[in-house]
Design a protein around this ligand. Structure first.
Ligand code: NDP
Ligand code: 8X3
Length: 249
């Protein structure tokens, strides 16, 4: 039975992945900052599989290390790491950008991914086995106006994904990235700082990807035979042809 460590499991893509993994008998380490959500999800999914939770902020190095160290003995071995926690904070030009938003995106999306990976990779190296899935974005393949620092953070994820694959190759560790286009989650609520009306408009007039669509792809990737490593997947809704081309009704 495999064990998966999922960051950002309280919402969106991470939550849908946890739900699908549970149905498929994968043991779960669910991570996020919102404790109540973690507890609710753990309660629901523990009817299907073994579950434990870790509440921590990925951007706080000490919290990351302490949380992972605190894992119960039977959850110490991790087969699959889903580096999913992340968000966009704000959408504005460089000249109007909020420096706190920049810090949040670089600290969470880039440094958070590094802190978690750095703490878990030694366990995988010791086992000569492991799978890291990094959730990037089409924003890490193509920049768009006002996306600047979010795009930079996802370009960094793309670079780290490629680098990890090179560095971990001698340790038999698989590394993959999935780069979604528009997925209807709480992402835009966060980007627009709780302005749910504005957030809703992002997904109006076309059928956006759903969190379950990405979870399905993640599950496909992790269930290939061990000699198969899908390097990089870019996934759009059918109505979207690039970061900026969207066929809305
Ligand atoms: P959601 O806002 O629905 O989920 C984000 C998750 O990240 C939450 O579970 C949140 O948990 C967690 N998170 C955010 N900040 C932190 C933090 N500092 N420490 C720990 N956990 C954190 O968005 P999505 O599901 O859409 O986003 C998941 C990933 O997918 C992100 O990396 C995002 O960039 C990427 N993505 C999303 C796309 C989209 O259109 N939605 C498209 C392409 C990529 P909590 O608040 O409880 O800590
Ligand atoms: C999320 C998709 O287009 O808002 O990464 O950057 S987008």
């Amino acid at each position: 039975m495999k064990t998966a460590f999922i960051t950002g499991a309280t919402s969106g893509i991470g939550k849908a992945t946890a739900e699908l993994f549970a149905v498929n008998n994968i043991r779960l380490i669910l991570c996020g900052r919102r404790k109540e959500r973690l507890q609710e999800l753990a309660e629901e999914l523990s009817k299907l599989t073994q579950v434990t939770t870790l509440q921590f902020d990925v951007s706080k190095r000490d919290e990351v290390q302490a949380a992972i160290k605190s894992l119960p003995e039977n959850f110490q071995e991790i087969d699959i790491l889903i580096n999913n926690a992340g968000n966009a904070h704000g959408l504005s030009t460089i000249q109007d950008g909020d420096i706190d938003d920049w810090d949040a995106m670089l600290d969470i999306n880039v440094k958070g991914l590094l802190y978690v990976s750095k703490t878990i990779i030694p366990k995988m190296i010791a086992n000569n086995n492991g799978f890291i899935i990094n959730i990037g974005s089409i924003a890490g393949k193509e920049v768009y106006k006002n996306g600047n620092v979010y795009c930079a953070s996802k370009f960094a994820v793309n670079a780290l994904n490629k680098s990890m694959r090179l560095d971990l190759n001698e340790h038999n560790i698989r590394v993959s990235a999935i780069h979604p286009g528009l997925v209807e989650t709480e992402f835009s609520d966060v980007r627009f700082k709780g302005d749910t009306e504005r957030a809703k408009t992002v997904y109006q007039g076309f059928k956006a990807l759903q969190a379950e669509d990405i979870a399905d792809i993640i599950h496909f990737v992790v269930t290939r035979p061990y000699h198969v490593n899908i390097e990089d997947l870019v996934v759009y809704p059918t109505a979207q042809a690039s970061a900026t081309m969207l066929n809305k009704n």
